[in-house]
Design a protein around this ligand. Structure first.
Ligand code: NAD
Length: 365
């Protein structure tokens, strides 16, 4: 049984670490790693060899039963994958329908790990959580780097500096980590979310929760937020407007599964914000929470820096790869035993994340 780990083209991360190689070997598998795959995550071919891996090239894909990647591979790589093999990644199938068709033509069983259920059992393979956590942390550091002021309060002989005010919109995995990081740096933190369940968590991290009355919640939504009425969003954006004008940094993470991100900060608000303030929009890839966000670009509007980087986890590639390596291994362990693949589609973890199997596309893309 060969497990092949691809070198990424547009991402610094890979779903492998030296430590995890021996775990795959214990499942009676050989780990083949594309040459220099770990270069951008500071993991050398020599480290992988020492841990028991084998450095390889794309010609070995045809002999590999399982291929691991972060992003969807391109057409050339797909053409080299073994027919009826297994491909695991964060494949974004909706954005990559044509490539999914090519994968399906080869009867490859593909799994996209962003589709894993958010259940307790799936937590150890939850790539969204492990990477959102990193993104929340990095967002605060990035904001601090761009801000022309201190985060903490400072009292010096030359006078006092007040602490920076950080507004966080959306207290999911990324938002909670952003709160904790901003608090550790000494900022005063305020938080908006539509889910009342997060109020206690926000307060326990030392931040102020701002409640907007009338938010809709749905117990059936699996802990996720649901779309809000126009009336509520109007009320919420007015409150966000008022708090934005007092803030030095805004970190937005508000998302609703399978929909565009809610638009919560408008141009008029940015026009009136303090010059030098910073907005980090972690919802950039789904349209952004700020009207002026451009995905994967940094723009300066009227003295306000707006950063629309939707892949901040890739900027901490060493640790994000380590966590991805564990997430992927915990997933593979579900169906690989003694060098044999045994897929159980009655397991909701397998069925929810499977995109193609046996020549069929299993999701409405
Ligand atoms: P997410 O990325 O989908 O959304 C980020 C946050 O934005 C959420 O807290 C959401 O409530 C909030 N939001 C949406 N619309 C908003 C609006 N108009 N204004 C303000 N905030 C808004 O969230 P996530 O980080 O993926 O977490 C979603 C849920 O999944 C949480 O309940 C989390 O605890 C849960 N979760 C469970 C597991 C597990 O059990 N395996 C793992 C991770 C997350």
């Amino acid at each position: 049984m060969n497990i092949f780990v691809l070198k990424e083209i547009n991402d610094n991360r890979i779903p492998l670490s030296s430590e995890i190689i021996k775990s795959y070997i214990s499942l009676k598998s050989d780990v083949l790693i594309q040459k220099d795959a770990g270069f951008n995550s500071f993991q050398s071919d020599e480290d992988f060899i020492k841990a028991g891996g084998k450095i390889s090239d794309l010609n070995e894909l045809v002999n590999s039963e399982i291929t691991l990647c972060v992003d969807m591979p391109d057409e050339v790589i797909i053409s080299k994958l073994k027919n009826e093999s297994v491909l695991i990644g964060i494949l974004k199938p909706v954005q990559n329908k044509n490539l999914i068709s090519l994968i399906n033509d080869k009867k490859i069983t593909s799994f996209s790990l962003e589709y894993l259920p958010r259940t307790t059992r799936a937590q150890i393979m939850d790539v969204l959580s492990s990477q959102a956590n990193i993104a929340g942390y990095k967002a605060v550091l990035m904001a601090a780097n761009h801000l022309p002021s201190y985060f903490p309060m400072l009292t010096t002989a030359a006078g006092s500096i007040p602490p920076s005010k950080v507004l966080i919109i959306g207290a999911g995995v990324a938002g909670l980590q952003a709160i904790a990081t901003a608090r550790r740096l000494g900022a005063v933190v305020e938080v908006f979310d539509t889910r009342s369940a997060v109020e206690e968590e926000v307060k326990s991290l030392g931040a102020k929760f701002i409640k907007v009355e009338g938010a809709k919640e749905d117990k059936e939504a699996g802990g996720y937020a649901i779309a809000q009425s126009e009336d509520f969003l109007k009320k919420q954006t007015e409150m966000i407007h008022n708090h934005s004008l007092k803030s030095d940094v805004i970190i937005t993470t508000a998302q609703i599964p399978n929909q565009n991100a809610p638009l919560l900060i408008f141009k008029d608000t940015v026009n009136q914000m303090k010059k030098g303030s910073v907005i980090i929009d972690l919802a950039a890839s789904t349209g952004g929470n700020c009207e002026l966000t451009i995905n994967n670009e940094t723009v300066n509007h009227n003295g306000v820096t707006i950063i629309g980087n939707s892949n901040l986890a890739s900027l901490l590639p060493k640790d994000s790869s380590k966590l991805l390596a564990k997430n992927y291994f915990n997933f593979v362990k579900l169906f690989l035993n003694d060098g044999l693949i045994n897929l159980n589609f009655d397991d909701e973890i397998i069925s929810a994340s499977c995109i193609t199997h046996n020549g069929q596309i299993l999701k409405n893309l």
